[in-house]
Design a protein around this ligand. Sequence first.
Ligand code: 5RP
Length: 229
Amino acid sequence: MEQPVANIKKIAADKAMSHIQDGMILGLGTGSTAYWAIRGVGELVKQGLQVRAVATSLQSEGLAREMNIPIVSFSDIDHIDLTIDGADEVDKELNLIKGGGGALLREKIVAAATHTYIIIVDETKLVDCLGKFPLPVEVVPFGWEMTQRKLISLGCTARRRMAEDNSIFLTDNNHYIIDCFFGRIPDPGSLDEAVNNIIGVMDNGLFVNMTDFVIAGFSDGSTKVIKKG
Ligand code: 5RP
C-alpha cells in the first residue's frame, strides 16, 4: 500500500534503531525524519537502553529531554559512536545537502566527531546530482551583505532566509542562513572548499564524504540500505 511521506520517514528511522547498542554515545539529528529517530531512541531508553546523546539543535535537545534521553555536551565526551540524521538531498556518492532546518553547523560538528554516520531519508531525497535544493550557508550577521556578494560571485543566486513570521531567520548560533541556488553541483568537494574559504561563512550544507550509509524509505513501505557505489 502507498505510504504517506511522514510514514516513510518513520519507517526509515525505525530501521536505523537496530544499529544502536547499549553504552553508546549518540548524535541526534534535526528535522522531521530525525524526529522519528529521537522518538525511537526514547522508546528504547524507556525499555532500559543506556545511552548518552549530543543533540544537533535546541529543538532536538528539547525533544530528547522530553523522552528522558540523557544529554551530554562535548565537555563530557571525546567522540560520538553513532549519529542518525536526515538530509535534504543525497547523491550516489552519499554526499549530502543539509541545513533545510537551519541546523547545518551543529550537524556538521556532530558529524565530524562521529564514528558511524547514518542518514535516514524518504526516497524523494535521492538525487543523481546535488543542487536542486538550494545550498544553505551559515554566515556571521556582521558584513553579511559582503559575504552574500562573494557567494554570488561563485555562480549562484542567493537569498537571506526569513522565518515564517517574516523576521530574519536566526540559527541556534545566532547566525544568518543564506540559501544559494546553484542549480547543479557536479563537484561538491570543490564548492564546499570555495564556499568555506569566504570570510564570514561559518559553514555550508554540503556534507562531503562524511556518510557511512543511508537508509532510504520507499512509498511501498520498504527500506533500502545504500552504500557508496
Ligand atoms: C536540518 C537538516 C535536516 O536533516 C534536513 O533539512 C532534512 O529535514 P527533514 O527530515 O525534515 O526533511 O539538515 O538542518
